[in-house]
Design a protein around this ligand. Structure first.
Ligand code: MIG
Length: 577
C-alpha cells in the first residue's frame, strides 16, 4: 500500500517458489521459482478491494455454497463404528446444539481403501446415512489421494490398467506409504485421470454422502516426501515432474472432485481440501490442517483465516478446539467464539486426544458452546449474504479490519480482531486467563455493543469485560442484520418471517433469499431485498423477486444507544415483539 495507490503481485508458477517480503533488505521484495515460466501479474488499483477484485477476477471466486454447509459441523478422527457416529448425532440433538453435519474420517473406509465402506463397523452404511439424513444431518466423508496397492481392488486395478498412477524416474510404478500401507498416486494433472476420479465420486453420492473432505493431497507420504523426479502425466499426456506438479496436486484433485459432484449430485458441491494453489477457491474450500490445542494456534487462527480471505479463499476454517493435543474447557470456549464467525465452522480433533464434543466438559461449557452455535444459526442469513456478495466481488467473509477501514492506519497491525462482512466486528479473547481486553473500534463509524446495545464512537480503544461466556462483538451503526429464528439444522423449518435488527444510523443492506442448494440463483432465481435505514427509519424494497417463497413478513427491532437490540440470548429476543 502506498498513500495514493495499492498493488498486488501474483506469481503464477507451480514450481517450488520463494518470497522475501523485505526480510533480507527492508526496501526490497523478492520472488523467484526453481523452474517453470516467469509468469507474473502486476495488479494496480486504488484500494485493497480493487486488488482483491482483480486478483479473484483472474484466479476465480468462491462460489455461493449450499446453505447447510454454513451451519455447524462436528468431526473427530476416532468415530470408528456406526454406533460412535449415531451416538454423536443423538447427543447433539439431546443437548440442543444445532448441527448440520457429521464428518467421517478415514475409519469409515475398509482398510483405508478410498471409495469403499467398512462393512464390519457398518452393517448397512446406506441405512446409517439415511438415518442421519432423517435427523437433519448431511454426512461428509474424507477421501485421500493415495490408492492402496492391492491386487483385486477395483480402484487400483483400473488405475494400473490405464496408467493413471505416477511413475518413478526409472519408469516403474511409484509406491510410497500412506494410511492403507503401500499406495500409489493418481496423476490428477491429467484430464483423463480427473474424469475417472470424478466418476468415482458416484460411490459416495449413491451412499447418501453430501460433501467430500480431501486430505493428504500435498501429496503427503509416510516414507519421506515424493522425490522431485517422480513422473505424473500432464494435460497432454506428456510428463510433469513432481517438483513442478507438487503445488497443484491438491488443486487438480479438487477440480476432479468438484466435476464428479456437479455430474452426479448436481447441487453446489461442498468440497474441502487441505492442499491448494492460487485459484483452488473455484473448486473447494480449505481448512488449515493439523493445528494443536494450544493458545498460540487459536491466536493464529484469526490472521490465517484473514490472510486466506485476502488470497481469494473466502471459505475457510480451522479445527475448532484444536486438532492435536488435549484441549481444555477454557480453550474450547474461546475457540468456539472464533469458530462461530469463521466461514467454515467445524470442531475436529485427532485420535487419541481428549474428546472435545460440546458435552465433554461441564454444564457451563455446554451452555457457552450452545450460546455461540445458536448465535451462528441466528446469523446464518447474514453469513449467506456475505457469500452471495463474495461471488460477485471476491471480498471475503472474514476480514482484517484494514480491508474495511483502509484509511485508518491504526487497523493495520491488528490481528486479534476481525470483521465479518461490512457490519460485524469481533474481538474474541485468544489468550489464557483473560477476562477483559482492549478493543480497537475503527474510525469513521459508530459502533454498538452486540450484547448490551452500548454505543461507541470509532477511532478509539475501549476496554471490554470478557468473562468466559462473552466474546466482545460489535455492530456498525447503520446495520440492518437479517436473523433467523433458532433452528437445530438448516431446513428444520421454513423461515417465513425474517427478523431485522436495525442499528440506528445510516446504511443500506441487500439480503438474498433462494433455495439454498441449486444453481437457480445463477439464472436470477432469487429474491433480493434492499433494506435502507436512516436513523432507525427502515425502508424495505423488493429489488428482485424470482424465488417463489418470499417472506411473509419481517420482525423489526431497533437498537438505539443503550437499548439492546438483542438480549443476552438472541433466542429470547427473537420471540419478542
Ligand atoms: O495423517 O485422516 O489433517 O484432519 O483427521 C493424518 C486423519 C491424516 C490429517 C488431517 C486430519 C485427519 C487425519 N489426517
Amino acid at each position: 500500500m502506498r498513500p495514493h495507490f495499492t498493488y498486488g503481485i501474483f506469481l503464477d508458477n507451480t514450481s517450488k517458489s520463494y518470497f522475501d517480503m523485505g526480510k533480507e533488505e527492508a526496501e526490497r521484495y523478492y520472488f523467484a521459482a526453481d523452474g517453470g515460466d516467469l509468469d507474473y501479474y502486476f495488479i494496480a488499483g486504488e484500494t485493497m478491494r480493487d486488488i482483491l477484485g482483480a486478483y479473484t477476477g483472474l484466479t476465480g471466486r468462491t462460489a455461493l455454497p449450499q446453505k447447510w454447509t454454513l451451519g455447524y459441523h462436528q468431526s473427530r478422527w476416532g468415530y470408528i463404528t456406526e454406533d460412535d457416529i449415531m451416538d454423536v448425532a443423538e447427543k447433539m440433538r439431546q443437548c440442543r446444539i444445532p448441527c448440520d453435519s457429521i464428518h467421517f474420517d478415514i475409519d469409515y473406509m475398509d482398510a483405508f481403501k478410498v471409495f469403499t465402506w467398512n462393512r464390519k463397523n457398518y452393517k448397512d452404511p446406506k441405512k446409517t446415512l439415511q438415518k442421519l439424513t432423517e435427523m437433519g444431518y448431511k454426512p461428509v466423508t474424507i477421501i485421500d489421494p493415495g490408492v492402496k496397492k492391492e491386487d483385486g481392488y477395483d480402484v487400483y486395478e483400473e488405475g494400473i490398467k490405464n496408467g493413471y498412477f505416477a511413475f518413478s524416474a526409472e519408469n516403474e510404478l511409484y509406491v510410497n506409504e500412506v494410511w492403507p500401507g503401500d499406495a500409489v498416486f493418481p496423476s490428477f494433472t491429467n484430464p483423463k485421470v480427473r474424469s475417472w476420479w470424478a466418476d468415482k465420486q458416484k460411490f459416495l453420492i449413491d451412499m447418501g454422502v453430501r460433501g467430500v473432505w480431501n486430505d493428504m493431497n500435498e501429496p503427503a507420504s509416510f516414507k519421506g516426501p515424493l522425490p522431485d523426479d517422480v513422473q505424473f502425466a500432464d494435460e497432454d499426456d506428456t510428463v510433469i515432474l513432481h517438483k513442478d506438479a507438487h503445488n497443484i496436486y491438491g488443486h487438480c484433485m479438487a477440480m476432479a472432485t468438484k466435476d464428479g459432484w456437479l455430474k452426479y449430485d448436481g447441487r453446489r458441491p461442498f468440497i474441502i481440501t487441505r492442499a491448494a494453489y492460487a485459484g483452488t477457491q473455484r473448486y473447494a474450500l480449505v481448512w488449515t490442517g493439523d493445528n494443536q490445542s494450544i493458545w498460540a494456534h487459536l491466536q493464529m487462527a484469526i490472521p490465517q483465516l484473514c490472510n486466506l480471505g485476502l488470497s481469494g479463499f473466502s471459505y475457510a476454517g480451522t479445527d475448532v478446539g484444536g486438532f492435536g493435543a488435549d484441549t481444555t474447557k477454557e480453550l474450547l470456549a474461546r475457540w468456539v467464539q472464533v469458530g462461530c464467525l469463521s466461514p467454515l465452522f467445524r470442531n475436529h480433533s485427532a485420535q487419541g486426544t481428549r474428546k472435545q464434543e460440546p458435552w465433554q466438559f461441564d454444564k457451563e461449557l455446554l451452555e457457552i458452546y450452545r450460546k455461540y452455535v445458536e448465535l451462528r444459526y441466528h446469523l446464518l442469513p447474514y453469513i449467506y449474504d456475505c457469500f452471495f456478495e463474495s461471488e460477485q466481488t471476491g471480498l471475503p467473509i472474514m476480514r482484517p479490519l484494514m480491508l474495511n477501514f483502509e484509511k485508518d492506519a491504526e487497523t493495520y497491525e491488528i490481528n486479534d480482531e476481525f470483521m465479518v462482512g461490512e457490519w460485524l466486528l469481533a474481538a474474541p479473547v485468544v489468550t489464557q486467563g483473560t477476562t477483559m481486553r482492549l478493543v480497537y473500534l475503527p474510525e469513521g463509524a459508530m459502533w454498538y455493543d452486540f450484547w448490551t446495545g452500548e454505543k461507541y464512537k470509532g477511532g478509539q480503544y475501549i476496554t471490554k469485560k470478557a468473562p468466559l461466556d462473552t466474546m466482545p462483538l460489535f455492530v456498525r451503526a447503520g446495520a440492518v442484520l437479517p436473523l433467523y429464528p433458532l433452528m437445530q439444522y438448516v431446513g428444520e423449518k421454513e423461515v417465513e418471517d425474517l427478523t431485522l435488527a436495525v442499528y440506528s444510523g445510516i446504511g443500506n443492506y441487500i439480503h438474498y433469499q433462494d433455495d439454498g442448494e441449486s444453481f437457480a440463483y445463477k439464472k436470477g432465481g432469487y429474491n433480493a431485498y434492499v433494506f435502507s435505514q436512516n436513523n432507525g427509519r427502515l425502508q424495505i424494497k423488493d429489488a428482485v423477486k424470482n424465488y417463489e417463497k418470499p417472506y411473509k413478513g419481517f420482525y423489526v427491532k431497533i437498537c438505539r444507544d443503550g437499548v439492546t437490540a438483542l438480549s443476552e440470548t438472541p433466542g429470547e429476543y427473537l420471540n419478542a415483539e
